[in-house]
Ligand binder design. Sequence first.
Ligand SMILES: NC(=O)c1ccc[n+]([C@@H]2O[C@H](COP(=O)([O-])OP(=O)(O)OC[C@H]3O[C@@H](n4cnc5c(N)ncnc54)[C@H](OP(=O)(O)O)[C@@H]3O)[C@@H](O)[C@H]2O)c1
Length: 182
Amino acid sequence: MLSNKAILITGGTGSFGRAFIKYILEEYSDIERIVVFSRDEQKQFEMALEFSPKVYPIRYILGDVRDKAQLYRAMQDIDIVIHSSAMKHVGASEQNPMECVKTNILGSQNIIDVSLERGVKQVIALSTDKSVNPSNVYGASKLILEKLFISADAQKMEEDIKFSIVRYGNIFGSKGSVIPLL
Ligand SMILES: NC(=O)c1ccc[n+]([C@@H]2O[C@H](COP(=O)([O-])OP(=O)(O)OC[C@H]3O[C@@H](n4cnc5c(N)ncnc54)[C@H](OP(=O)(O)O)[C@@H]3O)[C@@H](O)[C@H]2O)c1
């Protein structure tokens, strides 16, 4: 499925992104290109020490999903987008709801819009079990993300593109996991 494909992963330096990229590089030696799209240069620098562009077909692009122009540049000749970036801390999202809206909702709509403009074939967003009957801003923002993706898939016209969502539970060992607290 990923053979000879160019993949862009928003939040590629995160817990999911790093694990997924490690898996791709181990399992798909014929992957065409992996593009990591995220904001923090230090995280990208550290990740490039493990997954160097000199060794692997990987590129690191700094950008924010809120910035549509930068997303457009990054999505050149991309087949598959995995949208894993998010503001995911429940407390921070309660205290800064508009920041969560900008990243998780408006940023996700940017992903949809630019994927359509760039002729991407498959777009998969990571959601959460907290989007079910949400009781907090983070869960509500992910519910809207799901609705945006479902609507984009239903409303697409002749475009050869598929929008889908996966729902995660709490991932052991990921950043910000509640499990160590428990
Ligand atoms: N981990 C879990 O237990 C869990 C459970 C359910 C669902 N999920 C979902 O799974 C996805 C991945 O989670 P994770 O644990 O891998 O998260 P993570 O470790 O916190 O990583 C988040 C990634 O997103 C990037 N990012 C954040 N805001 C961004 C923005 N505005 N623009 C571009 N990049 C941005 C971060 O890098 P920078 O800070 O450098 O930008 C980082 O690479 C998220 O959508 C999350 O909601 C996770």
